[in-house]
Design a protein around this ligand. Structure first.
Ligand code: HEC
Ligand code: HEC
Length: 445
C-alpha cells in the first residue's frame, strides 16, 4: 500500500495509523551500509564452503549449518539442539544407539542475522565474548591470556568456541585427534586443536587455492591459520544474513506504511508495552542483559562435575549478583522464523512466548511444557529438574523484572508487528547452500 501518496502524507498516515501517539518519532533510523564492516567477496565465498562443511568437526559429521540452517531461520528449530553424534536436521534431528551425545546443547541456537554490523560488540546469550580495546587481542573471552591475535572481528572470534566444544563439534575424548588435543588442553600452538583443524583444511587442494585467492600472505607462503578460517566464516555470515529488506525497513525508509494491525502492534511495542526500552534501535536490541524469568529447561550451564541444572546467564561471566539469570536481549530481526524462542527455547509458539515474556517471572507458575521441542535423548540429565524444584523456580522469579500483562488482542497486534521484521532476502540467504563442499562431505539440506 501507499505507492500513491506523497512522502509527507505517508509520514502523516504512519502517525495516524499508530493512533496518533509518538510512534513516528520513536522509530529508529533506517539501517545503512555505514552500519556494517567492509566485505571481501573472495573471503565470503570461501566462508560459505567452510560454514557448510563438516570438515571443521572432529568426527567430520557436523557443520555450523547443522545448528544454524537457513531452513530454520539460521537456528536449528529445536528448543535445545543435539550436537555431535546426532543425525538429521531441525525437528527430525535424533540420536542413534551407536553414538549417544552426553547431553543436550544447554542453550537455544540463536539466529545469525546482522552480526556483521559493528554495533554488535557482545556475543552469546551471556555475552561471554566482548569487544575490549584494552586487551592485546581486542577482545575479552573465556580464554583470557591464551587468547591469540588475528581475529578480524568479534564475529570471527566466536568461531573458536563451537569447534572446541566436545558436545557441539569436536567430539568425545579419544574419538579423534582434535577432541584429544582439546581434552589435553592444547588449543593454540603447533600441536593445538586449531593447528590440527587448519592442517586438515590446508590438505584439501581446493581449499588451499581458495585461501591463496582470499589472503595475499597465504599466496606468499604463510600457512593457513585458524584465524583465517574464522575470518572467512565471519565474512560469509556478515554477507549472507545481513537483514534490512523487511516491511519494517520500508517503513523506516518512509517508503511504506504498516498495515493497520501491525501499526497497532508497533504502537504498543514503542509505547505502553515498553518492549522498545530493551528491544531498541534498528536491530531491536540494547545489546544488554536482563532477567526476564524465562523457563529453564535442559541440562543448564553446569560443569561436568556439577549436579545442578541452573543457567545463571550473565552472572557466570561477571559474578555480579545483579546479573543473576540475566540474558542478552536478542535482536528481533526475522523473529517470526527463529523459533523456538527464549534462551532455552521454552516456547514454540510466538504468541504464547510474547504473552509469557510480558508476564516476566509470573509466567513460571503456569508454563506449558508442551511448548518445548526436545527430541528424545535417553540416559542423560532429566530436562525438567530445575522447573520441578520450587526453590530454583522461586530464585528465577525473584530475579526477574517487574511483570506486566497483555490482552490476547494486544499479543496478536504485537505479533503482527513482529512479522513485519521478516526479510525474504536474508531468510533465503544471498548465496544459499553450496551444491558441494571441497571436502566432498555431505551438506545438510
Ligand atoms: C551443535 C550446535 C551448534 C553448532 C554446530 C554451531 N553452533 Fe553456533 N551456536 C549454537 C548455540 C547453542 C549458541 C548459543 C551459545 C551460548 O550463547 O551460550 C551459538 C552461538 C553462535 C553465535 C553467536 C550468536 C549471537 O548472537 O550471540 C554465532 C555467531 C555462531 N553460533 C556461529 C557458529 C559458527 C560459525 C559455527 C561453526 C564453526 C557454529 N556456530 C556451530 C549452536 C551451534
Ligand atoms: C527489560 C527488557 C525487555 C523488555 C521490556 C522486553 N524484552 Fe523481549 N527480551 C529481553 C531479553 C533479555 C530476552 C531474552 C530472554 C531469555 O531468553 O532469557 C528477550 C527475548 C524476547 C524474544 C525472544 C527472541 C528469541 O530469539 O528467542 C521476543 C520475541 C521478545 N523478547 C519480544 C518482546 C516484546 C514483544 C516485548 C514487549 C511486550 C519485549 N520483548 C519486552 C528483554 C526485554
Amino acid at each position: 500500500m501507499g505507492t500513491f501518496v506523497g512522502k509527507p502524507l505517508k509520514q502523516a498516515l504512519v502517525w495516524l495509523l499508530s493512533g496518533g501517539t509518538a510512534l513516528a518519532a520513536d522509530l529508529p533510523a533506517p539501517i545503512t551500509d555505514a552500519d556494517f564492516g567492509a566485505l571481501s567477496m573472495a573471503e565470503v565465498r570461501l566462508g560459505r564452503d567452510l560454514f557448510y562443511d563438516p570438515i571443521l568437526s572432529g568426527n567430520r559429521n557436523i557443520s555450523c549449518a547443522t545448528c544454524h540452517h537457513p531452513r530454520f531461520g539460521t537456528g536449528d528449530g529445536l528448543s535445545l539442539g543435539l550436537g555431535e553424534g546426532a543425525v538429521g536436521l531441525g525437528p527430525d534431528r535424533h540420536v542413534t544407539e551407536t553414538n549417544l551425545p552426553e547431553q543436550r546443547i544447554p542453550r537455544n541456537a540463536p539466529a545469525l542475522f546482522n552480526l556483521g554490523a559493528t554495533s554488535f560488540k557482545v556475543l552469546f546469550h551471556d555475552g561471554r565474548i566482548e569487544v575490549d580495546p584494552t586487551r592485546p587481542s581486542g577482545l575479552r573471552t573465556p580464554m583470557e591470556e591464551d587468547m591469540v591475535t588475528g581475529f578480524a572481528s568479534i564475529l570471527s572470534a566466536q568461531t573458536m568456541f563451537p569447534v572446541l566444544s566436545p558436545d557441539e563439534m569436536a567430539g568425545h575424548y579419544n574419538e579423534n585427534e582434535i577432541s584429544k588435543a582439546v581434552r589435553e588442553g592444547f588449543i593454540t600452538g603447533p600441536d593445538g586443536a586449531w593447528a590440527l583443524i587448519s592442517a586438515r583444511v590446508a590438505g584439501i587442494p581446493a581449499y588451499q587455492a581458495a585461501f591463496e585467492q582470499a589472503y595475499p600472505e597465504i599466496a606468499a607462503g604463510r600457512p593457513i591459520a585458524f584465524t583465517d578460517i574464522s575470518n572467512a566464516i565471519a565474512q560469509f555470515v556478515a554477507f549472507e544474513w545481513r537483514s534490512d529488506d523487511s516491511a519494517f525497513d520500508a517503513v523506516l525508509r518512509k517508503q511504506a506504511l504498516f498495515q493497520p494491525e501491525a501499526a497497532k502492534g508497533a504502537d504498543l511495542f514503542y509505547g505502553v508495552a515498553g518492549c522498545a526500552t530493551c528491544h531498541s534501535g534498528p536491530f531491536l536490541t540494547d545489546h544488554s542483559f536482563h532477567a526476564m524469568g524465562e523457563p529453564q529447561l535442559g541440562p543448564g550451564k553446569a560443569e561436568r562435575f556439577e549436579r545442578h541444572s541452573r543457567d545463571e546467564g550473565r552472572y557466570r561471566v561477571t559474578n555480579t549478583p545483579a546479573d543473576i539469570f540475566a540474558f542478552r536481549t536478542p535482536s528481533l530481526r526475522n523473529v517470526a522464523q527463529t523459533g523456538p524462542w527464549g534462551h532455552a527455547g521454552s516456547h514454540k509458539d510466538l504468541a504464547a512466548f510474547v504473552a509469557d515474556h510480558a508476564r516476566s517471572g509470573a509466567q513460571l507458575a503456569d508454563y506449558d511444557r508442551t511448548q518445548a521441542v526436545l527430541p528424545a535423548l535417553p540416559q542423560t540429565k532429566p530436562d525438567w529438574t530445575l522447573l520441578d524444584t520450587p526453590a530454583e523456580v522461586a530464585a528465577i522469579r525473584a530475579a526477574a523484572v517487574a511483570p506486566g500483562t497483555l490482552t490476547p488482542d494486544q499479543v496478536a497486534q504485537i505479533v503482527a508487528f513482529l512479522q513485519t521484521l521478516s526479510d525474504p532476502v536474508a531468510l533465503k540467504g544471498r548465496f544459499g547452500l553450496p551444491d558441494t563442499v571441497p571436502s566432498g562431505l555431505a551438506v545438510d539440506r
